[in-house]
Design a protein around this ligand. Structure first.
Ligand code: ADP
Length: 189
């Protein structure tokens, strides 16, 4: 089972990802987390990644696809996983199609978290104060939102056409939102 989770920054993607992997007992493949781990290493690549992420821009497709391919090849992903943060562009979605091992039988569902823009800005500013993520500055947040609207949102249409899209209202408590995700995945069967 391959489930893809898509949502703008501040949509609660990380929280719902944790609930999904727990409930469906599948491994979590988060490109954001993998990149933050790479960024923490004091290496030229780490510094390059930090520079891109902290400006709210997207890391190159080659690196992302390498990370995904390596992770999918690990034994715990033999029966699938939750893809969180990837694909993020139409191009990445195409590249991913070529990387998914046949045994997985393709993408099962794409969960898209829907939150009004003013709500995500409010959440991100609150998170910036608590967690101090380096990419949670007002300027970077703005950029990440733009990148989402321009490059990631078009993906939803692509997956809608393939009959895979489960759009979920992500305003509410984490448990409420998760309940909606479960309901919409059940309907997909
Ligand atoms: P967010 O909550 O902003 O969606 P993520 O943890 O998914 O955060 O990603 C954080 C940052 O990592 C992104 O803003 C981007 O710079 C980089 N990143 C993550 N996934 C990808 C990807 N698939 N392609 C390019 N860049 C990515």
């Amino acid at each position: 089972m391959i489930i893809i989770l898509i949502g703008p920054p501040g949509s609660g993607k990380g929280t719902q990802a944790a609930k999904l992997v727990d409930f469906y007992r599948i491994p979590h493949l988060s490109t954001g987390e993998m990149l933050r781990a790479a960024k923490r290493q004091d290496s030229p690549l780490g510094r390059q990644i930090a520079d891109v992420i902290d400006r709210g821009q997207l890391v190159g497709d080659d690196l992302i696809m390498q990370l995904v391919e390596q992770r999918l090849a690990q034994p715990d992903c033999q029966n699938g996983c939750l893809l969180d943060g990837v694909p993020r562009t139409v191009q990445q979605a195409k590249l991913l199609d070529g990387k998914l091992p046949n045994r997985l039988g393709g993408i099962s569902a794409v969960v898209a978290l829907e939150v009004p823009q003013q709500e995500v800005v409010r959440r991100l500013m609150a998170r910036a104060e608590i967690e101090g993520r380096a990419d949670d500055t007002p300027q970077t947040i703005q950029k990440r939102m733009e990148v989402y609207e321009q490059l990631t949102a078009p993906l939803l249409e692509l997956y809608r056409q393939r009959g895979l899209l489960c759009s979920v209202d992500a305003v509410g408590s984490p448990d409420q939102v998760f309940g909606r995700i479960q309901g919409s995945l059940r309907k997909k069967g």
